[in-house]
Ligand binder design. Structure first.
Ligand SMILES: Nc1ncnc2c1ncn2[C@@H]1O[C@H](COP(=O)(O)OP(=O)(O)OP(=O)(O)O)[C@@H](O)[C@H]1O
Ligand SMILES: [Mg+2]
Length: 310
């Protein structure tokens, strides 16, 4: 059965998209079948993996992105999936096994114009069809914006695990705290729509520090994060085995450049891109690889639902 995983923090810009794209690529390289669902209307993961030209066509067309699933007319999720999404400049697939459920800017309408059937919220419709599609995958990963509005709810409701990318600062800690509060409320609200086969609602299973500059000591922010995590675990508001990942992702210029190149960092050397610092690239690539294997070994179940604070 596919592991369904959300990367989420209420703090924006912490590296959710960079982590999910590069982790997905490392998992696919290991031979896993991965579906990355882009639920952020900014479309960063979709633009990154499809490259701008291909994504522009999708955005101009208005069809073929995840929002079409919610529009009248009943497009099936499986028809929206871009198979083996990563291609070289000649349009040849270079990373078999990594598929994308793409988004475009029209996903914003899910928050405002979408009315749907009030008895069946968007997240319940999505989960039902995803359950079938997920049978083809080892991992379904959800990239979400830094909130728990309707688009993110689709990922959170379908997921069984949540991981929190964080920077070593106070705002990431606040973002994590706010996330756990909001999760509790959402799980209560959505409890009536859960099917028996779904298992308990997703809790935080781990925190990963990202964009760590060389020589910067992160022990204090890490300790603060660990204390907060321990509090949530004691209150059964985070998964019993939730932890701060031993792997942390260093800050590296190649991660920022990878978006422009339209490749995950583990494929950049392979494409023979000129002018890149090979040693830097190798190091951060290994961080993502280590994170992917730590994630593979770190599975477990969420605790049963407990009431959120009023
Ligand atoms: N390890 C890293 N090294 C260097 N830059 C990084 C790293 N991780 C992320 N970045 C950069 O930080 C910025 C924010 O990253 P990213 O878009 O992944 O964050 P996000 O949490 O998805 O943001 P949002 O909340 O807007 O969705 C980007 O410019 C990205 O290239
Ligand atoms: Mg993002």
């Amino acid at each position: 059965m596919a592991r369904k995983i959300c990367f989420l923090n209420y703090k924006g810009g912490v590296g959710k998209t960079s982590l999910i794209v590069n982790t997905a690529a490392c998992l696919a390289k290991l031979g896993r079948r991965v579906l990355l669902c882009d639920f952020d209307t900014q479309s960063n993961a979709s633009i990154w993996l499809m490259r701008l030209e291909r994504w522009n066509k999708l955005n101009a067309d208005g069809r073929g992105s995840v929002y079409s699933f919610f529009e009248p007319g009943g497009v099936r999720l499986e028809d929206l999936v871009v198979r083996n999404v990563v291609e070289d400049k000649m349009g040849r697939p270079v990373l078999p096994g990594l598929d994308l459920l793409p988004t475009t800017f029209n996903l914003v309408d899910l928050e405002s114009e979408y009315t749907g059937d009030p008895r069946r919220p968007a997240y319940a419709l999505f989960e039902e069809q995803l359950a079938e599609l997920a049978l083809d995958y080892d991992y379904v990963l959800f990239d979400c914006p830094p909130n728990l509005l309707r688009a993110s709810q689709c990922g959170v409701f379908s997921a069984s695990e949540i991981y929190v990318p964080s920077n070593p600062d106070a705002l990431s800690l606040i973002g994590f705290t706010l996330l756990v509060e909001k999760l509790g409320k959402f799980h209560q609200l959505s409890a009536g729509f859960r099917r028996a086969s779904m298992g308990p609602p997703a809790q935080v299973h781990g925190i990963v520090f990202n964009s760590i500059k060389t020589g910067v000591d992160i022990e204090v922010p890490k300790m603060r994060m660990q204390l907060r995590l321990n509090q949530f675990k004691s209150a059964r508001r985070a998964a019993p085995q939730a932890k701060i990942f031993a792997t942390q992702i260093r800050d590296a210029m190649i991660v920022r450049r990878a978006v422009t190149l339209g490749l995950p960092v583990n494929l950049i050397g392979q494409e023979g891109e000129a002018g890149l610092d090979a040693s830097l690239q190798d190091n951060v690539v290994n961080d993502y690889r280590r994170f992917a294997s730590e994630l593979e070994q770190h599975a477990g179940v969420s605790a049963p639902l407990v009431p959120a604070h009023p």
